[in-house]
Ligand binder design. Structure first.
Ligand code: IPE
Ligand code: IPE
Ligand code: MG
Length: 248
């Protein structure tokens, strides 16, 4: 494996890293290839980044793989992405089990075909005993949609007399979200030079450190991940407090 001089020390590894994996289409277009070729190459980046995060001691890695808005893409591309997902689940299964990776899926899975839903449920169950990295795949996911689904469940509980609205604070609300039992994202990386969140973890990104890079997702690798981590280690997270308070 290629050695990097930028490998940061594991002193303050972000517990939860979130990545908006963008730029597959542009990577393919630059090479005169169909968009799907970019998605295929993007899967290689996924495997490299998953391995690297597991080695670095990251606890949670959330990958934005397919947004609620991506359903609006041409049918052919959507179908190809679903096939790539199925391939990924099959090809990585053994490695996930060996490396203790626990798979988790967030988003509105009801929009997926029965076949894809079943493959996801099986992969999640098969890896549920994993003690290493939790790999969260955001599929058919939108931050607004996640919040709306939580609100619907809360309203039902209030109507059923099971929840007192006065007791609904931020922690109680978060318990209804897809990522209920996970810490908020510490570091969010977006590739391809776009500087927006595109409806990814909205609630969980309130105090997330954002890192944007021009690198297209299929070109993203361990070296680029190390750059993002090195940048993160330079940040001073204040959470609304003053520097003086943080020094106490
Ligand atoms: C990200 O790459 C992958 C998905 C959104 C599924 P894109 O397909 O958005 O690539 P660009 O942005 O068109 O280059
Ligand atoms: C965000 O990328 C969604 C994923 C990476 C899955 P998009 O390519 O869909 O985002 P926009 O349209 O550029 O905001
Ligand atoms: Mg894009």
């Amino acid at each position: 494996m290629r050695q990097s001089t930028l490998e940061p020390e594991a002193n303050n590894v972000p517990a939860h890293v979130a990545i908006i994996m963008d730029g597959n289409g542009r990577w393919a277009r630059q090479r005169g290839l169909p968009r799907i070729a970019g998605h295929q190459q993007g899967v290689e980046s996924v495997t490299e980044v998953v391995d690297a995060c597991a080695r670095k001691g990251v606890c949670y890695l959330s990958l934005f793989a397919f947004s609620s808005e991506n359903w609006g893409r041409p049918r052919q591309e959507v179908d190809a992405l679903m096939l790539l997902l199925l391939d990924y689940l099959t090809s990585q299964r053994q490695k996930m089990l060996e490396n203790g990776i626990r798979l988790r899926v967030i988003g509105d899975l009801s929009r997926m075909t029965q076949g894809v839903q079943q493959a996801l449920v099986e992969a999640v169950q098969a890896t549920s005993a994993g003690k290493g990295l939790t790999l969260v795949l955001a599929l058919s996911y939108g931050g607004r949609d996640e919040i709306l689904r939580a609100v619907r469940r809360i309203v039902m509980q209030v109507q059923g007399g099971k929840l007192d609205p006065d007791r609904l604070d931020a922690d109680a609300f978060a318990a209804f979200l897809d990522l209920a039992d996970m810490p908020p994202a510490d570091l969010m990386i977006r590739t391809s030079g776009e500087m927006r969140i595109s409806n990814f973890l909205l609630w969980q990104a309130a105090y997330t450190e954002l890192y944007f890079t021009e690198v297209l997702w299929p070109d993203f690798n361990l070296e680029e991940l190390n750059k993002a981590f090195a940048d993160y280690y330079q940040r001073r997270r204040r959470f609304g407090l003053t520097d003086e308070q943080l020094q106490l």
